[in-house]
Ligand binder design. Structure first.
Ligand code: DQQ
Length: 540
């Protein structure tokens, strides 16, 4: 539908049409990055789930390939659901995925490339004796899905984690295997968190606490923490925690039990789900993909003929400065799309000010902004501001002493449509200042039937640091990173006026008690090349 074509993104990955959800089995092989994804070949809503397949040399420009797997066996006829790749030391590629069977039972299946020497990995073989795992006793037949990348245990056997639940407790089951065809369930779960419900798309990987590089999934030892991530089916958000993995007992323990998986930190506070990392052995990075769903109605999605986008891949590292969180940052390859740059230095934002920035065409942007405030006025202030919450405290127009201040993107001239992304500093009764990072969708669109929440959370700002944010703006997507990626928010918005050359960017300061100095570097972003691979396609 050409009417809504301005919503399509310029440099985020999307199929030409129809429904997409979870990223699946990302991997690097013979010079190509591969992305598989949950796809409905027949429409713009979830169903008929098939594995779409695309390849890239740089994770930004993509070729669409024929489907990797379609639902055509009794053990996946109701859907080729999510799964992960494992690259064995000898170079073989193992794909494990969930099949929804003819009887709607969730089982795990094995697949592998027909021809490993094909860099495109066009043809996939489903193991003839699938399924390789079925729901074990005590686990519901619809509560058993999304196998992780495998890692090697101390006994030399491979281990695979699978999300499940028992009553309302979300759990991670672990299976052991020597050959990926027969599996043994370990008696004890790796981790469980009461009240979190079904765990989808579990992700489990090591991060180095000392080195900047990413780690292959089997690496463990001193100077390593393990991230455990779960996508909570009940509230549709991705939660992670840092912890320690003991390979002998196969137990993962959170660093801070109060910030355990599902009750603590989120990977992203916006519209974001079912994410998955992989180890990029080409560049020694741990890279994260995430699914950005829709926040409009299904009817609108059917009208426009497509649903969902994938995030720009993010590099994940441990935050050495705080020690309490990971950092997510858009892969450096995205910077190849930067064209004309605009810079504004030392812009003084008095309380209540709004300053337009002339950055040219503002529908595709990469923006870096830092904000400095008079720390003396913050330190000497006696006014307490208790209980701030991005979602419930009134958004960007609700004024406090030290916030909100930040950027407004995808705004039209008169600001009838706008998506503000901002900091808000709230000083507690104990005199300690907490900083929040929020994105306000409440005025993002004048279209009806759109969910317009305000998202965000607190973000650590350390002594001597400026308040800093980076925004990737792409027509109907804004990915926002605070303090180098400590807190991240993805906005899915539906502007109807702030489109094409009518889209504008502003700086704003709605604080009542502090002047803010802003520095901004903005780049117009070229579009990525996302096309069918030259040999044609099977999805016409
Ligand atoms: N999506 C897949 C499931 C997974 C869910 C089905 C998460 O495997 O649990 O499309 O979005």
């Amino acid at each position: 539908n050409a009417m809504l074509s301005w919503q399509r993104t310029g440099f985020h990955f999307q199929p030409p049409k129809n429904w997409m959800n979870d990223p699946n089995g990302p991997l690097y092989h013979l010079g190509w990055y591969h992305l598989f994804y949950q796809y409905n070949p027949d429409g713009a809503i979830w169903g008929n789930i098939t594995w779409g397949h695309a390849i890239s040399k740089d994770l930004i420009n993509w070729f669409h390939l024929p489907f990797a797997m379609v639902p055509d066996q009794w053990y996946d006829i109701n859907g080729v659901w999510s799964g992960s790749a494992t690259i064995l030391p000898d170079g073989r590629i193992i794909m494990l995925y969930t099949g929804d069977t003819d009887e709607l039972v969730q089982v795990q299946n094995l697949a592998y490339p027909a021809n490993l020497s094909d860099p495109l990995l066009i043809d996939w073989i489903k193991y003839p004796n699938n399924p390789v795992m079925v729901p074990p006793p005590g686990i519901g037949t619809t509560d058993f899905r999304d196998p992780t990348t495998a890692w090697v245990g101390p006994n030399g056997k491979w281990r695979v984690a699978i999300g499940a639940k028992v009553n309302k407790t979300g759990i991670t089951l672990v299976y052991e295997t020597k050959n990926f065809t027969s599996y043994e369930l370990l008696e004890e779960v790796m981790h469980a968190v009461p009240g979190t419900g079904m765990w989808e798309c579990v992700d489990f990987y090591p991060v180095s606490t000392t080195e900047p590089n990413g780690l292959d999934t089997s690496v463990n030892g001193p100077g390593i923490k393990h991230v455990l991530k779960s996508s909570l089916d009940d509230d549709k958000h991705d939660y992670y925690a840092l912890g320690t993995y003991d390979p002998i007992s196969n137990k993962w323990t959170p660093d801070d039990p109060e910030l355990d998986v599902g009750i603590g930190l989120r990977l992203d506070y916006g519209k974001y789900y079912a994410s998955k990392t992989f180890y990029d052995q080409n560049t020694q990075r741990r890279l994260l993909w995430g699914w950005i769903g829709e926040t409009d109605s299904e009817a609108a999605d059917i009208l426009k003929g497509w649903s969902s986008v994938q995030t720009i891949p993010r590099e994940v590292v441990f935050d050495k400065k705080t020690g309490t969180n990971i950092l997510q940052w858009p892969i450096k390859e995205v910077e190849k799309l930067r064209s004309k740059s605009t810079s504004y230095q030392k812009v003084i934002l008095e309380p209540g000010s709004l300053v337009p920035l002339d950055v040219g065409l503002a529908t595709q942007l990469d923006i870096l902004a830092t904000f400095d405030i008079d720390t003396l006025s913050l330190e000497s202030s006696l006014e307490a501001d208790v209980g701030y919450n991005c979602t419930t405290s009134g958004g960007s127009s609700s004024r406090g002493v030290f916030g909100p201040f930040g950027l407004v993107v995808l705004a039209d001239e008169s600001l009838t449509e706008q998506t503000p992304v901002y900091f808000y500093i709230a000083k507690g009764t104990d005199g300690v200042a907490n900083t929040y990072f929020c994105a306000d969708q409440s005025k993002s669109s004048t279209a009806p039937d759109v969910t317009k929440l305000i998202y965000g959370s607190s973000v650590p700002v350390l002594h001597g640091e400026s308040f800093s944010m980076r925004l990737l703006v792409d027509h109907s997507i804004v990915e926002s990173f605070a303090q180098g990626g400590r807190t991240v928010i993805t906005s899915r918005v539906y502007p109807t006026k702030a489109i094409y050359s009518a889209a504008k960017v502003f700086l704003f300061n709605n604080a009542t008690g502090v002047t803010v100095t802003a520095n901004v570097n903005a780049w117009n972003m070229d579009s990525a090349h996302i096309d069918y691979f030259p040999f044609g396609n099977n999805d016409s």
